[in-house]
Design a protein around this ligand. Structure first.
Ligand SMILES: O=C(O)C(=O)C[C@]1(C(=O)O)C=C[C@@H](O)C=C1
Length: 179
């Protein structure tokens, strides 16, 4: 049994919250909230770290409701400032980018920023760091991702723009949950 399950891979915002607030816990990454909830139910993990809400874009998934409906315990809440970056294979101009992969919440949190680039197609991914894997598989030089700066650096991608979130106080609240 691992102590903590969370949405991965490395350098998702869940992972940045884990590193900041719960660095001592042995952890396992999962690729969706469903998988994290299932791992908690089956006893594969003791605790889960799950995003509940964002200060600008509201509820994350239906996670708060799911925690209540499943009779899980919300032990603690942690607030993490979420600074979003745009990154890709090259330091492209934003106007030359055609496609952006990211988690739906990160896309929501940057909607105003991209409002003048109406040609860009947004593609939902399972997490901001997971979007990087999709970017690599797509091999499209005009594609980009919205993710953490840490994820871009760890994956040797170029940073096209920093702090692109619409709200300058963009905070996501994460819950530490147990059975
Ligand atoms: O995709 C990630 O990196 C996540 O950790 C998910 C998530 C979310 O669930 O809202 C976490 C914080 C940010 O608000 C954007 C995405």
């Amino acid at each position: 049994m691992t102590d903590l399950g969370l949405l991965g891979p490395e350098y998702t915002f869940h992972d940045l919250a884990r590193r900041r607030f719960l660095p001592e816990l042995k952890h396992t990454y999962y690729s969706s909230f469903d998988e994290v909830f299932n791992a908690l139910k089956s006893g594969e993990i003791k605790h889960a770290l799950i995003a509940l809400r964002n200060s600008h874009s509201g509820d994350v998934n239906t996670n708060s409701k799911l925690i209540q409906n499943k009779g899980l315990k919300l032990l603690k809440e942690f607030d993490l400032e979420v600074n979003l970056c745009l990154g890709g294979f090259f330091k492209n101009n934003i106007s030359s980018i055609q496609k952006i992969h990211s988690h739906p919440m990160a896309i929501k949190e940057t909607r105003d920023y991209f409002s003048k680039y109406s040609h860009i197609k947004f593609i939902s991914s399972k997490s901001t760091a997971g979007a990087i894997e999709e970017l690599r598989n797509g091999r499209d030089k005009w594609a980009a991702v919205i993710s953490s700066k840490e994820a871009l650096i760890a994956n040797s991608l170029s940073i096209v723009a920093e702090n692109i979130q619409d709200s300058n106080q963009n905070v996501t609240t994460f819950g530490l949950v147990s059975h």
